[in-house]
Design a binder for this molecule. Structure first.
Ligand SMILES: Cc1cc2nc3c(=O)[nH]c(=O)nc-3n(C[C@H](O)[C@H](O)[C@H](O)COP(=O)(O)O)c2cc1C
Length: 161
């Protein structure tokens, strides 16, 4: 591939003008401890069959654990959950210590106060540069709160109101 005519700062700056929601993708490691990471790249893919996806960085320490487990719950964060996003974007070894949660029908970590949860099993992983594109089958899902979403835009948190 030819060298791009821009640097990584320009790439981040321009792509940061595309607003995203924020979710926490959460599952268990091989020892049964809950693990998760903040994800802005979550997307809906297919209705029949129901598929969703997200892009996971190859530098993430959590993604290989979720990949091995093969199942996880996507928690869509609400506008009052910036602190939750900060925890799950960190390298804290016990991100669940400060966040109330229970188990989804698939048995995966479900974060209290999230707008919605989506129980998934991993279907296929496509390598894509320094990320992997994870495609997952949806098993069950529900809306649990009706207020606004947490939004990430131009490198900072925002909401729709
Ligand atoms: C708003 C926001 C969105 C993020 N979106 C992604 C994403 O889509 N994919 C990803 O791999 N990391 C994303 N991150 C970064 C990860 O949350 C972070 O690198 C990761 O949790 C580091 O911890 P880990 O080593 O436990 O995975 C995002 C961070 C923030 C704050």
């Amino acid at each position: 591939m030819t060298e791009p005519a821009f640097d990584s700062a320009r790439f981040r700056q321009v792509l940061g003008h595309f607003p995203t929601g924020v979710s926490v993708v959460a599952g268990y490691d091989a020892d049964g401890a809950p693990v998760g990471l903040a994800i802005g790249s979550f997307f809906s893919i297919s209705l029949d069959p129901p598929l969703v996806g997200f892009c996971a960085g190859k530098q993430s320490s959590t993604w290989p654990k979720l990949r091995e487990a093969g199942r996880f719950c996507v928690n869509v964060l609400g506008e009052d959950q910036e602190a939750v996003s900060r925890v799950f974007a960190s390298k804290d070894p016990d991100k669940f210590a400060s966040v109330p949660w229970d188990r989804s029908p698939l048995g995966q970590p479900r974060i209290a106060g999230a707008l919605a949860w989506i129980d998934c099993t991993l279907d296929v992983v496509h390598p894509a540069g320094d990320h992997d594109i994870a495609v997952a089958a949806v098993h069950e899902l529900a809306v649990t709160a009706e207020h606004g979403p947490l939004v990430f835009f131009r490198g900072g948190y925002a909401n729709l109101s």
